[in-house]
Write a protein that binds this ligand. Structure first.
Ligand SMILES: CC(C)(COP(=O)(O)OP(=O)(O)OC[C@H]1O[C@@H](n2cnc3c(N)ncnc32)[C@H](O)[C@@H]1OP(=O)(O)O)[C@@H](O)C(=O)NCCC(=O)NCCS
Length: 177
């Protein structure tokens, strides 16, 4: 029987593995869309150990990793709203990232990480939840729609010299229902 999946809060001991997981899931999902130069510029900025350690130390951000036999197979990150949404409520929050390694997709692991994020949003009494998603990431859009998110806006997201069209998706937080 395959080993079970577990959720836990990462620590600075996970720094290298978490940065590697961020780079690997980004490349698996979006690697074909960019020139190697743009991809490299993005990955070394966003997923360097320095950036990830700053984020792990940032009290406004909460992380959760999904492991199987201590191997990191997915992660989620939530925090204050940083997408350019129109007049977000001060109590709104954002799902910053939700990524599962490609070989583990379609097993309900995205759902597990989303359930963790929803618990955190409810505990923090988030009135509204935002998420930003690449306009052509159909699987993720379908996933967010199935969790109640709807498109409310668009903006340009830079990856190296390339600008991608991102959707801003929104749902009402469970504490406001
Ligand atoms: C977005 C993402 C996290 C969603 O994860 P997912 O694996 O696609 O979706 P789930 O984990 O909810 O899996 C649901 C599917 O698994 C199936 N499944 C199998 N076993 C299951 C179980 N035990 N429990 C629940 N669902 C299960 C469901 O039937 C469902 O299939 P369906 O989509 O055909 O209805 C994932 O696609 C991902 O990481 N993608 C790459 C990174 C990415 O794009 N991130 C978002 C950037 S904005």
């Amino acid at each position: 029987m395959p080993a079970p999946f577990q959720l836990r809060t990462p620590s600075l001991n996970d720094l290298g593995a978490l940065a590697e997981l961020g780079r690997a899931t980004f490349v698996e999902t979006f690697g074909d869309l960019y020139t190697p130069e743009d991809l490299h510029a993005f990955l070394t900025g966003v997923y360097s150990e320095k950036s990830v350690s700053e984020e792990l130390n940032n009290p406004d951000l909460q992380f959760q990793v999904l492991t199987q036999e201590e191997e990191l197979v997915g992660f989620a990150k939530i925090g204050p709203v940083h997408v350019p949404a129109e007049n977000p409520d001060p109590s709104a929050m954002e799902l910053w990232q939700l990524y599962v390694r490609q070989e583990f997709l379609g097993q309900g692991l995205g759902k597990k990480l989303m359930a963790w994020a929803e618990e955190q949003f409810a505990a923090r009494k988030a009135t509204d939840i935002y998420v930003s998603v690449f306009s052509e990431n159909e699987r993720a859009i379908r996933f967010y729609e199935s969790h109640g998110f709807k498109k409310v806006g668009e903006y340009g997201f830079p990856v190296g010299d390339q600008i991608d069209l991102e959707w801003i998706m929104h749902k009402i937080g469970s504490s406001r229902k």
